[in-house]
Design a protein around this ligand. Structure first.
Ligand SMILES: [Zn+2]
Length: 451
């Protein structure tokens, strides 16, 4: 293991600050950004590394990662997931309350998870709690313990120990969350009561089994509850393009209703997936090309707030690739390492400033999880969390070269754009072009309490 000097500077012609991108040097002192100055103004005697034309963006804050440790570490674990994060320019990730065992629905489970993560994280890691029927008192304790958000499912989560919740539980928890200004993160799919269960044999069956109306039902209820309680509600992994308008109007009304989409909804589309195997199974399903277009438009318009990877691994045999069994295949796509090049590839025909991308990937998710005072921006006083990347490099994904535990990926062979070269976590060199010099220096984060 090696560490970066306590006081040093990095420079580039493309330093991405909240005000825009410019040539600058970032002076780092003891893990914090001490100053942002002209390259020539770096005080003599301070070691300076000049990255020339490479982009220096704020480290990515991925607020949606399923690490599955403890209990399902054979699916994914803190070591592999956080190394993958570092390789992808992610400097902070927030772990979801499932599919670990136990799920993070009690204080004891959170403590068990923190103990499991201790000393195994290559980047900084925070935790979301889970809302399930009957655990409202546990949620209070979890909030006191500094969880970053509270996650709920309005449909089957896939785990018996993490049952769905609905209006009844939301009415219990939202006053609490309004007071503390902590978001309820919701998997927003709500089936009609008479929805028929059909057999899933193909991608088309999967898509048809979870229509846009499920997302609409859920979002309608959440928007009404958000207006009633004025509590922050964050819809995770929006897949349906037309539903972006709900968030536009909610923002017009000043409601604290925010929304995330995921790289797979911005990259793939159903017309390409007619013969797809279950690597592409995720919920909600990847929808039509037109949906993808609407999601991009909503991002660019500032209507979609964040992009989270929804990194959700499982052992390869649970994908049932040999039999192509869509019905029993586990859903989830692992891409914590690929968010930036997927998003940047998607923007290849557009002129979108780096600073806008940094809002979706860093600043907005940092604000969502209560860490904006130190994460998500290249600004004086913030943690020196940096992603140094080549925005022009195009490359092809080889699953075997990815860092997360299981290499099966729907991105195999996909051409992406933008390649992470270095990742600094609080000034320490977490990733350097294929190696991980700093070691497991990740801190376990707590959301500061609001009074
Ligand atoms: Zn998820």
């Amino acid at each position: 293991m090696s560490s970066s000097p306590q006081r040093f500077a990095v420079a580039s012609r493309r330093v991405v600050t909240p005000e825009g991108t410019r040539a600058a040097a970032i002076v780092i002192n003891n893990g914090k950004i001490e100053a942002i100055v002209e390259r020539e103004a770096v005080p003599a005697g301070i070691p300076l590394e000049d990255f020339d034309g490479l982009v220096i963006s704020p480290g990515i804050v991925d607020a949606h990662v399923h690490i599955n440790e403890p209990g399902r570490t054979d699916w994914e674990g803190f070591e592999t997931a956080t190394r993958a994060a570092a390789a992808g320019g992610v400097t902070t990730l927030i772990d979801m309350p499932l599919n670990s065992s136990p799920v993070t629905t009690t204080l004891a489970a959170l403590e068990e998870k923190r103990a499991a993560a201790e000393g195994k994280c290559w980047v900084d890691v925070g935790f979301h709690a889970g809302l399930v029927p009957g655990n409202i008192e546990d949620v209070e304790l979890l909030l006191d313990a500094g969880v970053c958000g509270v996650k709920a499912f309005m449909c089957d989560s896939g785990l018996d120990e993490f049952p769905a919740t609905g209006e009844r539980e939301f009415r219990q928890v939202l006053p609490l969350l309004a007071k503390r200004r902590v978001p309820l993160l919701v998997h927003a799919e709500l089936a009609e009561e008479n929805a028929a269960e059909t057999e899933i044999r193909s991608y088309a069956d999967w898509l048809a089994s979870r229509p846009e109306s499920f997302e609409r039902n859920a979002i309608n209820l959440l928007r009404a509850l958000c207006a009633e309680y004025l509590a922050p509600i964050h819809v995770v992994h929006l897949a349906s393009g037309p539903l972006t308008s709900h968030f536009f109007w909610a923002k017009q009304d000043g409601l604290p209703l925010t929304v995330e989409t995921c790289p797979h909804y911005l990259h793939f589309y159903a017309e390409r997936l007619e013969d797809a195997d279950p690597r592409f199974k995720c919920a909600p399903p990847i929808r039509r090309k037109e949906d993808r277009q609407r999601l991009w438009e909503a991002l660019i318009a500032g209507v979609i707030d964040t992009i989270g990877s929804d990194h959700s691994p499982c052992p390869p045999d649970m994908k049932h690739l040999a039999s192509g069994d869509w019905q029993s295949s586990w859903g989830g796509i692992s891409s914590v390492e690929l968010t930036l090049p997927i998003v940047w590839r998607g923007l290849r025909t557009q002129i979108i400033p780096f600073a806008r991308v940094a809002q979706w990937l860093s600043a907005n998710p940092a604000r969502l999880v209560g860490l904006a005072d130190r994460k998500g921006r290249i600004a004086v006083g913030c943690d020196a969390d940096l992603c140094v990347w080549n925005h022009e490099e195009e490359w092809t994904v080889v699953g075997e070269q990815l860092q997360h535990r299981h290499k099966l990926t729907p991105y195999e062979g996909e051409r992406l754009r933008g390649r992470v070269k270095r990742t600094y976590v609080r000034g320490q060199l977490a990733y350097d072009d294929g190696v991980f010099p700093a070691g497991p220096i990740g801190e376990l984060l707590r959301r500061p309490l609001t009074n």
